[in-house]
Design a protein around this ligand. Sequence first.
Ligand code: SF4
Length: 354
Amino acid sequence: MLARRKTRTVSVGSVRIGSAAPIVIQSMTKIPTVDIARCVRQINQLARAGCRLVRLAVPKRADTAAFARIVQKVDIPLIADVHFSPARAIEAIEAGAAKIRLNPGNIKKRTDIHRIIDAAKMHKTAIRVGVNEASIRDLKKQPVPPEKRTALMLKEMKRYVRLFENRRFNRLVLSAKSSDTLRTIEINRRIARAFDYPIHLGLTHAGLPEDARIPSAVALGTLLAEGIGDTIRVSAAANPVIETKIAKQILKALNLHDCAAPQIELIVCPTCARAEIDVVKLARRVKKAVTGINKPLRIAVMGCIVNGPGEAQDADLALCAAKNKAFIYRKGRKIATVPENKIIPTLLKQLLNL
Ligand code: SF4
């Protein structure tokens, strides 16, 4: 198991964020918050997909009113995404937000920030303090060249954290966002060195799912492998369930995924000219057959007998396919040779005994 950077623990409703707790996947609804029924449906879909926290934007008064009703209808803690309005922040806290996301740079008056902090204290609401590369400006309010941005983002974060700590508020989660993969890695490393608050990781505006997947995996995966990051959100221009699935894949790849129900891991050979059957089709059949079986097992689907057994040695069960048949291995030992139509039933029978 990868070692995590030690942090404080911050409670977000019933969910704990920090190194003493598993890494939390979160996502965001993509439906107007005033559409209560559809928001509730999407939150429930996200919860089923593995999200433990869901964020909703609350740009208007009607949104915080809807947020208050949505909180009552779902079982997971909700986060209110507040951008410019101190009134929305306080309304969201009073509406039952377990956490609010705030960029203090967007709130002009210091007294307003104090009011938000005091309300959060009273309601035990956590605050995610965010700095965003896109809003970084120099002293003359001019855009800053890329190579200077992470230093300024860190400076900005230090200023914000002081603001909260001076008011004795430390229920904080920190986030620094950029759409650039390398700068996301750099700024989060800097923040991890400077503070012991939990960190929210994400890459902004990552793109369509097919474009978002790899940059998100590289940025978040690099940081997570270094022990940095306590809650993650993958951003993609798509249904948020897809974001959640990508986030889960990143955590699984690093063996960091804490799933309430243990899951089967399916590994599939990439196939090559040696394969005498359609490996992808067989792997899809296996995946469908084992869906819903909650066991922490590894199944390998390999395309041939030449390299398959060796490559499948670490699997609990392995299928090495040949023309019209497959050799079944259990914990690296061959236990059966079955015709193609018996592959799935034999696999399922073996699975039940593991
Ligand atoms: S297991 Fe066989 S078919 Fe699959 S990639 Fe390796 S050599 Fe090719």
